[in-house]
Design a protein around this ligand. Structure first.
Ligand code: 5GP
Length: 178
């Protein structure tokens, strides 16, 4: 699998250090608030698992599934929900946990969906942020790393279903796409 990687952008050590900092920040900001972490499947599952273990406050965990990419590397532009939330959101402090913020279409859709459920507060935490690609004005409240425009795999991010289990984040060699 590692032979398919062209460049490593974020090493395992960089990721773990940053996730530790985010966990400490969230623990301070949400002390006594029992936040509901909502992971966006499938990409956020590793980030959410690491982040939650770096938080030393009570928190609950839920998952939601949306889809906009299919098997390619470009968003279809149309976001659909394939698994809705199982928990009550009303009056809860909700934190959406996402792998990467790209065009913003997914998070705009999710933000509107969750705001309709009347949370006490709603914030966004993303591991990666690609600000240059934004199509809608959406900003994350907690960001692991800002990144340049590339197609990343690893640490939950996939290409056609693979590479999610790499412990670092990198880009693929061009021949993998052809
Ligand atoms: P957006 O709706 O902001 O364009 O995209 C968000 C979703 O697109 C992410 O949750 C992720 O699933 C996918 N995505 C965006 N950029 C990348 C990327 O560089 N690599 C991978 N694997 N997925 C991406």
């Amino acid at each position: 699998m590692k032979h398919d990687i062209e460049k490593v952008y974020f090493t395992e050590e960089m990721i773990q250090n940053r996730v530790k900092e985010l966990g400490a920040q969230l623990s301070a900001d949400y002390k006594g608030k029992n936040p509901l972490l909502v992971g966006v499947l499938k990409g956020s599952f590793i980030f959410l698992a690491d982040l939650a273990r770096q938080m030393d406050i009570h928190c609950e965990i839920e998952f939601i599934t949306v889809s906009s990419y299919g098997a390619g590397t470009e968003t279809s532009g149309k976001v659909t929900m394939t698994k809705a939330l199982g928990s009550v959101v009303e009056n809860r402090h909700v934190i959406i946990v996402e792998d990467i913020l790209d065009t913003g279409l997914t998070l705009e859709f999710l933000r509107n969906y969750l705001l309709d459920l009347k949370p006490a507060s709603l914030k966004i935490c993303t591991m990666l942020d690609k600000p240059s690609r934004r199509r809608v004005p959406i900003k994350a409240d907690y960001v692991g790393y800002e990144c340049v425009d590339a197609f990343y795999v690893g640490y939950g991010l996939d290409y056609a279903g693979n590479y999610r289990n790499l412990p670092y984040i990198g880009s693929l060699k061009p021949e993998i796409y052809s």
